[in-house]
Write a protein that binds this ligand. Structure first.
Ligand code: SAM
Length: 319
């Protein structure tokens, strides 16, 4: 088992496989900074496999692919297939904005061995969706249906609420979850970009939704233990989760390590201090030296995030 300096077991690797995205969400770095990495600085699939292999040998067992928008990356199913074939990988998931998740792509991803899909959806109103993301609501709604029809279960939806933009839609989103038997997770906005829009505390969202939730029992997710505190919606198969880095920080239970698009290992979502593993791999450093550097980085993992004083760009780090 891989442990950090505070004895937390690190189980999950989050990989940002591309910094590019077809959307420009108001709360994402891409909205203000669209300078993308030159291609040669982005990890190849072989390099992602090599780094994953090292981390799996150290005891990790869950991998999440994110970005940027992972579906933009050419031949993504090939990477999924390779990762899914590794015995140590107990859980392989992907976070996408869903707008390019055609029925064909959803099926191919499933066949390649992807276990789970998380899809981001911030609004059910086409105008608001366009305002937040620059994209078309119908594209993501179709993507969600395609994911369900291809047999992904559960399909989890990520929603970031912004004051006076989409915070009037909390009950619409609850109804949508019930109608489609989905798990919706409200993620508190983290300050990655200097946006003038402020996020909504999950304490507020929880108090509004409480009457509709079975709050006496937190739903345990053994398949993918993560930071969400999740409740069943009364009388339905839907679930509502709360990911609350500010109102209920979960750093004490953090089980993640991150790999940025340019191959840096970072111990925390709020830091920009990473170890450049990609350069080491390209310079043919011995595995043991790479392992020592990864362990050193983990020893520097703080007990709590620092309030996102100086984070890396969200699209390089992955959400
Ligand atoms: N493009 C994919 C997507 O939209 O799901 C994957 C990358 S995106 C960075 C991953 C997740 O991070 C999304 O659910 C997104 O809503 C969330 N996210 C991005 N910026 C955020 C922020 N500033 N605060 C909270 N969540 C954020």
């Amino acid at each position: 088992m891989l442990k950090d300096g505070f004895g937390r077991t690190i189980e999950t690797l989050r990989v940002s496989i591309t910094d590019r995205c077809n959307l420009k969400c108001l709360y994402c770095t891409i909205n203000q900074d669209t300078v993308f990495l030159p291609k040669h600085r982005i990890m190849t699939y072989e390099e992602i496999m090599k780094i994953s292999r090292i981390l799996l040998d150290l005891g990790l067992s869950r991998i999440k692919l994110t970005g940027g928008e992972p579906l933009i990356r050419k031949d993504l199913p090939k990477l999924i297939e390779k990762l899914a074939s590794l015995n140590e990988v107990k859980d392989l998931s992907l976070t996408t904005n869903g707008t390019m998740l055609t029925s064909f792509m959803a099926k191919i991803l499933k066949e390649a061995g992807l276990h789970r899909l998380n899809i981001s959806l911030d609004s059910l109103n086409p105008y608001t969706y366009r305002r937040i993301t620059g994209g078309k609501l119908n594209d993501v709604l179709r993507g969600i249906d395609n994911a369900i029809e291809s047999g992904f279960n559960p399909v989890k939806i990520n929603t970031v609420l912004l004051k006076n933009i989409n915070d009037s839609e909390i009950f619409d989103i609850l109804n949508f979850a019930v109608e489609k038997s989905l798990t919706i997770r409200f993620i508190e906005e983290m300050p990655f970009s200097k946006t003038p829009y402020s996020g909504v505390s999950n304490d507020t969202v929880f108090s509004m939704l409480k009457p509709y939730l079975e709050t006496d029992k937190v739903v345990k997710d053994d398949k993918s233990p993560g930071p969400a505190v999740t409740f069943k919606v009364k009388g339905s198969n839907a679930k509502i989760g709360f990911i609350s880095p500010f109102s209920r920080p979960f750093c004490m239970k953090c089980n993640r390590i991150r790999l940025s698009t340019d191959g840096k290992i970072l111990p925390c979502i709020a830091t920009n201090k990473g170890v450049d593993i990609l350069s080491m791999i390209r310079n043919h450093s011995p595995d043991q030296i790479i392992i020592d550097k990864i362990k050193e980085s983990l020893m520097g993992k703080k007990l709590m995030h620092d309030g996102f004083k100086n984070p890396l760009k969200m699209n390089l780090l992955g959400g």
